[in-house]
Design a binder for this molecule. Structure first.
Ligand code: ATP
Length: 321
């Protein structure tokens, strides 16, 4: 039982009149992990979360969450999950603490237990000092953290977060990431939808890319980046006139054909062992007395990986999966 994944969906189909929102989506999220559901607008992310959190039924396929079937045992599922959407659920007129106590009471905790849980959550989410203030005066990040705290009242086994940082500034996003990490560290399985690749990169153990209601790619963030190629060594000449000498030097040092880019006065080359290539080239550069403005290893960003993979998948989905 304990080894059963926290979320397991197979062949989920959802149709809205003529629109097929999900066309056979599979998903498996091991317990205690953070899983990202990534995809463009209309890909079907929210629909998948709505089915998994029992808010709507599927037209095909099946899913189990926290060990229970979402269609046949929705109450068991609901008891074990938390859900945070894009709309905030907190009341602006009450203080942060009163809000959490109210949620605790709604979930049938007695007064004492609701207060204790509220204080614990305020502490965990870094809101203890703001406990007596109304969320109306909170920053976006603080509000979202209060929302997350509210969805954690009953310590859910699985937490669904639909675009948890949309609309937040960079500081607010970092605060929410921290909160998600601490929830994951406490053992909660998190399934989040996001448009932001850096968010998926920073938070998720694995990412499922879906598009047009179908699975395209599933991998770790690092694996996604590896799929589009190796690390590259990039060197920028301080003096563009030395670009050609620099290119020759790199070719000789690594026995690989580098590509030179005149506009940026830079040379780049794919490398299997980045650190030793960097060291070898740096030694040669010093010996040759060439001035460089920059030298470094560069990995593809997740953005590049995503664009590359979804473009490839749009042509040949079966081969890319
Ligand atoms: P976004 O990132 O924009 O939130 P999404 O990946 O969450 O997109 P969904 O909201 O799941 O995508 O929508 C998938 C498709 O199903 C879209 O084409 C959407 O227009 C359609 N859809 C979703 N809900 C409904 C509904 N209640 N009635 C009709 N069509 C719907």
């Amino acid at each position: 039982m304990t080894s059963e994944p926290a979320v397991q969906a197979s062949g989920l189909v959802k149709r809205y009149k003529s629109k097929t929102a999900l066309d056979g989506v599979d998903l498996e999220v091991p317990r205690g992990t953070v899983h990202g559901l990534l995809g463009p607008n209309g890909a079907g992310k929210t629909t998948a979360v709505r089915i998994l959190s029992t808010l709507t039924g599927a037209d095909g396929g099946s899913a189990r969450v926290a060990g229970f079937d979402v269609a046949r045992q929705p109450r068991e599922v609901r008891r074990r999950i938390g859900l945070t959407g894009q709309q905030t659920a907190v009341d602006d007129l009450m203080t942060a603490r009163q809000n959490l106590v109210m949620f605790g009471r709604l979930f049938r905790l007695d007064k004492g237990a609701a207060r204790r849980r509220a204080d614990e959550l305020l502490e965990i989410f870094g809101l203890a000092e703001a406990a007596g203030r109304a969320p109306k005066k909170f920053s976006g990040g603080m509000r979202r953290r209060l929302d997350l705290a509210a969805s954690m009242i009953l310590s859910p086994e699985v937490l669904f977060l639909d675009e948890p940082t949309t609309g937040l500034d960079p500081a607010g996003r970092r605060e929410v990431w921290e909160a998600v990490r601490s929830m994951a560290a406490s053992g909660t399985t998190v399934l989040l939808t996001t448009h932001y690749l850096d968010e998926a990169d920073k938070l998720c153990d694995r990412i499922s890319v879906i598009d047009q209601g179908r699975n395209y790619i599933e991998d770790t963030p690092a694996g996604m980046k590896r799929r589009i190629g190796d690390e590259r060594l990039e060197i920028v000449a301080a003096d563009p006139a030395e670009l050609s000498a620099l290119t020759d030097l790199v070719r000789r040092a690594l026995s690989v054909e580098p590509s030179a880019e005149e506009a940026g006065a830079s040379v780049s080359v794919p490398v299997a062992d980045g650190v030793s290539a960097l060291t070898a080239v740096a030694v040669e550069i010093r010996a040759a007395g060439i001035d460089v403005a920059d030298i470094g290893l560069r990995r593809p960003t997740l953005d590049e990986a995503f664009l590359h993979l979804t473009a490839a998948a749009a042509k040949t989905p079966e081969e890319t999966v």
